[in-house]
Design a binder for this molecule. Structure first.
Ligand SMILES: Nc1ncnc2c1ncn2[C@@H]1O[C@H](COP(=O)(O)OP(=O)(O)OP(=O)(O)O)[C@@H](O)[C@H]1O
Ligand SMILES: [Mg+2]
Length: 262
């Protein structure tokens, strides 16, 4: 009996040591990604900047064919920059190095800003963006909240066929919490695919996804940001009819919150 207990204790100690070293390795990986991403941004910003100057004729006249080529360079550069930013944010969150700023947030302003930035895409697809904001203010990290809204809403627009509808709603959830719901009339998601959502680099194997540009980082990042705020994410979907992506968040976060990589 005594012998078995000692064996169990030893086994637990070994597992704990293994766990600690895995955690350290994971942190080191996240730190490497974070510093590499940072180094990649500087030259990439130069590439985008010069491509834009060429495109705008600021370095001399160029032909239409050349303008279309530099436009391509700038667009691809911006896409790559967004990808690097997302990878950097994810790595920072995993390494526990992202600090959330606690500041007063005007939620209706935030929703309008997101709607305005997506308006051109919505107009192009003939999609109506509706919004309703019941809870007007919160203490949170404004930039990060905007990212949550933007990631959900940009997906909603991406996966909704022309002439559909996307609704962004901010409403109360209990006394000290509020919820963000982004509803679309898009392709919807099969039940067996739901566990694949919110996982980094996971994109669904659907025709709609294959038609779109993306990396599969938006939802993973959103989940981490929401959880860093002390909230949680959820999704409800009906294949062929649409989806509702949600985040329930506390209305106030502490003065300074360091996101841990849980
Ligand atoms: N509103 C939605 N309707 C249907 N499928 C969705 C919706 N939102 C996300 N998905 C599915 O989940 C996958 C992951 O979404 P996520 O936002 O993480 O990545 P992405 O949009 O493909 O790329 P990124 O956000 O990095 O540009 C998508 O590729 C798509 O398959
Ligand atoms: Mg996305």
């Amino acid at each position: 009996m005594r012998h078995t207990i000692d064996q169990l204790r030893a086994r637990i100690e070994t597992l704990e040591a293994q766990n600690r070293s895995l955690e350290a390795a994971n942190r080191a990986k996240s730190e490497l990604v974070a510093s590499m991403s940072h180094e990649l941004r500087t030259p990439l910003n130069a590439i985008i900047g010069f491509a834009e100057m060429l495109h705008d004729g600021k370095i001399g006249e160029i032909s239409n064919a050349q303008r279309s080529a530099v436009d391509n360079i700038a667009t691809s550069g911006r896409h790559l920059l967004q990808l690097i930013d997302e990878a950097l944010d994810l790595a920072k969150l995993e390494a526990g190095k992202m600090e959330l700023r606690a500041e007063p947030v005007d939620l209706s302003k935030l929703v309008s800003e997101v709607r305005d930035s997506l308006a051109p895409i919505a107009a192009k697809k003939g999609i109506r963006i509706e919004f309703g904001v019941e809870v007007l203010s919160a203490i949170a990290d404004a930039t990060k909240l905007k990212q949550i809204l933007y990631n959900y809403a940009s997906n909603a627009l991406k996966f909704t066929p022309p002439n559909g509808r996307v609704a962004i709603r901010v409403a109360a959830e209990a006394e000290d919490r509020f919820r963000i719901d982004v509803e679309d009339t898009g392709t919807g998601i099969d039940e067996h695919d739901l566990p694949k959502l919110f996982v980094a680099f996971q994109q669904l194997d659907t025709p709609a996804t294959k038609r779109q540009v993306g990396t599969g980082l938006g939802l993973a990042l959103t989940k981490k940001i929401v959880e860093a705020h002390g909230g949680n994410v959820a999704v409800k979907s009906r294949p062929g009819q649409g989806s509702v992506f949600s985040a329930v968040l506390p209305r106030w976060i502490g003065a300074k919150l360091r996101a841990t990589g849980t």
